[in-house]
Design a protein around this ligand. Structure first.
Ligand code: SAM
Length: 279
């Protein structure tokens, strides 16, 4: 199978990724994924009556809006891989209603805790948070109607395993709607960067490999449903934010260099909306 091995090699541990997301959650500079100055990877589709508060948007690290493009129905069971602070959990819960169920899985204790608080504050009793890895889901086989995920699978060091786990937990007839970052031919210095891995850049794989990985895991009709491209200035902001541990003046000195280097990355990396089903 041609999936995920060469280009999507992630040079950091899962613990490092969880730690960096916990830091980003508590940081007021937002850092890492979202970038500053409006350089977000994500855009949420505006909708009436949905639980999307400015505070929830602030703690969102996604690169799309999977729930908006799903056909999640009342009474169904939804699983969100890498659920973070829980915005997509709330959106899914508003679709499945009290008779349905939404499960969020995340590596980070801080993210799990924040999502639990957000679910309680929004009054959803049918959202369940489970700490765990998407490569070894703490979820019963054949129990899920919809798998959603927002900007997480690119972070995995074993994407083949993630796709196999998705196929395992879906019921026959179950569906997948994932937003994620994909990339073609990223420069070597990008691929080797741990911080750019956390920023959802370095671990991204080509679209064709993503789809091949899903198909090889037994998912059917794996299809790219939409793409979102980023401008060089958005990419520069993401790269600069990934250096958030550096002193401000050094960051400032590096700005022209990073801006120049971000240009080639911008054309090689984009967000996709991917669907598939399991029969
Ligand atoms: C880019 S954030 C996206 C969070 C959320 N989906 C959102 O849209 O805001 C990535 C999330 O995935 C979690 N994560 C990263 N790798 C993971 C893994 N292998 N297993 C489970 N969770 C993981 C991180 O802790 C973080 O909360």
């Amino acid at each position: 199978m041609k999936c995920c091995k060469k280009e999507g090699t992630v040079p950091v541990s899962a613990d490092f990724i969880a730690q960096k997301y916990a830091e980003a959650l508590h940081s007021d500079s937002r850092g890492i994924v979202a970038g500053t100055g409006g350089a977000r990877f994500a855009t949420y589709v505006p909708r009436e009556g949905a639980p999307v508060s400015p505070e929830m948007l602030e703690s969102s690290f996604g690169c799309g809006d999977p729930v908006a493009f799903s056909e999640i129905r009342v009474g169904q069971t939804v699983l969100d891989l890498g659920s973070g602070a829980g915005l997509d959990l709330l959106l899914a819960a508003s679709k499945v209603g009290p008779s349905g169920k939404v499960i969020g899985v995340d590596l980070s204790d801080d993210m799990i805790e924040r999502a639990r608080m957000n679910a309680q504050a929004a009054g959803y009793a049918n959202i369940e948070l489970r700490r765990g890895a998407i490569e070894e889901l703490p979820v019963e086989s054949a129990s899920i109607d919809w798998v959603i995920s927002n900007c997480v699978i690119n972070l995995s060091a074993d994407k083949e395993r993630v796709f196999q786990e998705i196929a395992r937990v879906l019921r026959p007839g179950g569906q997948v709607l994932v937003s994620d970052i994909v990339a073609e031919n990223l420069p070597f210095w990008v691929r080797r960067s741990g911080l750019l891995t956390v920023a959802c850049v370095a671990g991204a794989i080509p679209e064709a490999d993503y789809l091949a990985g899903m198909r090889a895991a037994g998912l059917q009709d794996a299809t790219i449903r939409g793409r979102m491209h980023y401008s060089p200035s958005q990419m520069a902001a993401v790269v600069l934010d990934s250096l958030s541990g550096w002193t401000r003046w050094l960051n400032w000195c590096l700005r022209p260099l990073i801006s120049a280097l971000a240009k080639p990355i911008a054309g090689r990396l984009w967000s996709v909306r991917v669907s598939a089903r399991f029969d």
